[in-house]
Design a protein around this ligand. Structure first.
Ligand code: GAF
Length: 386
């Protein structure tokens, strides 16, 4: 699951497993989020990008309604299911993602036949880089083409969200699949989650003498656990008490008045979302005007807000961020849903070894599992490889 298999090898493995060649091979990337956390389900703004770690699926349609699923990393062996009467909650482990996507497409009226599928992925699992959406987006891109449904990206985003929310039971928003389906090389995806309007924003760290490091803390998380859902419930409560459709409709200038209406915890959750939306807008403006070297303080402020107001960080993420900052990073924050996963650190070229060594050392001293640290650049969204 850590190195990417090429198309030829994957096709050969498919042949060996299923005794026939696939109809095609599709791939979809994981993502990092530059800024804009827990704003998507509040109809706000996010700025993720697709990364060069991907899920690949070799798929062949069948002439019945049987689905047969296998992965190169072996988890759960061969999974067999029928699309007839497929119910949310079925499947185990990664097999829930292809099954969920098939279910969601059927729910949208697409006639989905049975299929055989071999999955390969080098998006680390549970690392906050959206390994689940990479799988879902590769599968939905394949099925969208193989069924001739040709749904537009906006519909695929919503179908994928239904798969996650209803089939898998994770109450997530639309950021991750939007980055995976709509990402482009060299660009961050500035998404308005109210109407799915996308603007691609160039993000070339290297041209500014920087690299974006990902620090995978190895603290695994799941959005089907209670933490994510409880933050979402707090946001919904805040919007309801403030009398708005979504927290997107609350501005930074409204926060003082809001504090008289909300209990202390809900107020802090609301303040995170409202200020985070504002930080996304400022980041987009600064990237356009001055480039990546100017956004460090916004990344730091975003982390502080998630640590103190939204309370979704953890000691490992805080240590990664603080150590990266103290050793040359110009801005750092946790990325993704939180409670574990990865941090990002915008770091001057030449300083990355210092940051890396310091973070590895600090984790060892704290008795934490060794982190995995690598660089990412914005990559292409989902497409057909072969
Ligand atoms: C997870 C979810 F899947 C996204 O929808 C988003 O809410 C994110 O956490 C937090 O910004 O990745």
């Amino acid at each position: 699951m850590t190195t990417s298999t090429d198309v030829f090898t994957l096709t050969a493995a498919f042949h060996e497993a299923f005794g026939t060649v696939p109809d095609g091979v599709w791939q979809a990337p994981g993502r990092v989020n530059l800024i804009g956390e827990h704003t998507d389900y509040n109809e706000g703004f996010v700025l993720p990008f697709a990364i060069d770690k991907t899920a690949k699926v070799a798929v062949r349609v069948r002439d019945d309604s049987t689905v047969r699923l296998l992965s190169t990393f072996g988890g759960h062996g061969l999974v067999e299911a029928s699309l007839d009467g497929l119910e949310p909650g079925s499947g185990e482990g990664w097999s829930r993602y292809p099954l969920g996507v098939a279910w969601a497409l059927k729910e949208r009226g697409v006639s989905v036949p049975g299929f055989e599928l071999l999955l390969d992925s080098d998006v680390p699992l549970g690392a906050g880089l959206s390994s689940s959406h990479a799988i879902e987006c590769a599968v939905i891109t394949a099925l969208n083409e193989l069924t001739g449904a040709n749904l537009p990206a906006e519909e695929l985003v919503l179908a994928t969200q239904r798969a996650e929310n209803i089939f898998v039971g994770a109450p997530t928003g639309i950021m991750d699949q939007s980055a995976s389906l709509r990402g482009a090389k060299g660009q961050a995806v500035f998404l308005d989650c109210r109407d799915q309007h996308v603007e691609l924003v160039p993000f070339d760290a290297e041209a500014s003498g920087l690299v974006l490091l990902v620090i995978d803390t190895k603290v695994s998380h799941s959005h089907a656990d209670g933490g994510y859902a409880s933050r979402r419930a707090s946001c919904e409560l805040g919007a309801q008490v403030l009398g708005v459709t979504a927290l997107r409709d609350v501005g930074v200038e409204d926060l003082e008045a809001a504090s008289g209406l909300l209990d202390e915890v809900t107020m802090r959750r609301v303040r995170h979302v409202v200020t985070e939306n504002d930080r996304v807008l400022q980041t987009v403006e600064l990237l356009g005007a001055q480039g990546p070297a100017s956004i460090g303080p916004l990344l730091d402020a975003s982390h502080a807000s998630m640590r103190d107001d939204f309370e979704i960080s953890c000691p490992e993420l805080d240590l990664a961020v603080d150590t990266a900052r103290a050793n040359g990073a110009i801005g750092a924050r946790m990325t993704g849903g939180g409670f574990g996963g990865s941090a990002i650190a915008l770091t001057p070229v030449g300083e990355e070894h210092k940051v890396r060594d310091a973070v590895v050392r600090s984790f060892a001293e704290a008795g934490y599992t060794a982190p995995d640290i690598f660089t990412v650049t914005p990559a292409e969204g989902a497409f057909r490889l072969a």
